[in-house]
Design a protein around this ligand. Sequence first.
Ligand SMILES: [Zn+2]
Length: 248
Amino acid sequence: MKYITKYKSPNFNSRKNSRVQLIIIHYTALKNTLEAISYLCKKEKKVSSHYLISQNGDVYNLVEDKYRAWHAGQAFWHEITDINSISIGIELDYNPNGKNNKFSFKMIYSLKKLIRKLLKNYKINKNGILAHSDIAPFRKKDPGKHFPWQSLSSSKLILNLRKPKKREIKIIENWFHSHNLKSKKQKTILALSLIGYDTREVYKNDRLYNKLVRAYRNRYLNSKDINNNKSIYNTLIKHLFNFLLTKN
Ligand SMILES: [Zn+2]
């Protein structure tokens, strides 16, 4: 893994004293690393990221961590909408429709190494490693359903959401009951909202509700469970249980 600092993006400003709390993972959807560097460093594009990782695992530092890079766009997480001020953005040289349509071993190896360093430097909580599609589920899909979240959880960088225990299901179901939530949809929305997702518009808009559930599913379920509604619901219960336990 090479760490390359010779390309710099002019697209950043001050974090306004905000602390780094999140890491946001993206894919570029461009042709290759060179094209991505040129895009992320062009003033007119008004976008950037702190890091870009190539298919062969080279890490390009385009914006210093202390500055606010412009990668999140319109986004939301735990009531916060200025995600750029509180996050580090990592772009992966990946395009679902290009020749670079694999998350290579070297790329993921470097990504994990970088994440490990950032977690330590900024004391970021394991709940703070997010997909662009987590913070902007209604308009963004990256890093997409093939991104190897499982590999990050095996390396203990993010939470491992195993099947919930009966006792855990009972605790959460009782908790839902005490909040007078009856339908699965109501429970799902409350759980997603407590985890951090933007649920402001989904109560009254089925199209947005479906997009949000899809974003969650693509991130947390493996391909064999992806269309199983019971697995989605159980994963959400496990997630909420873990989240309520590990808060702060
Ligand atoms: Zn993105």
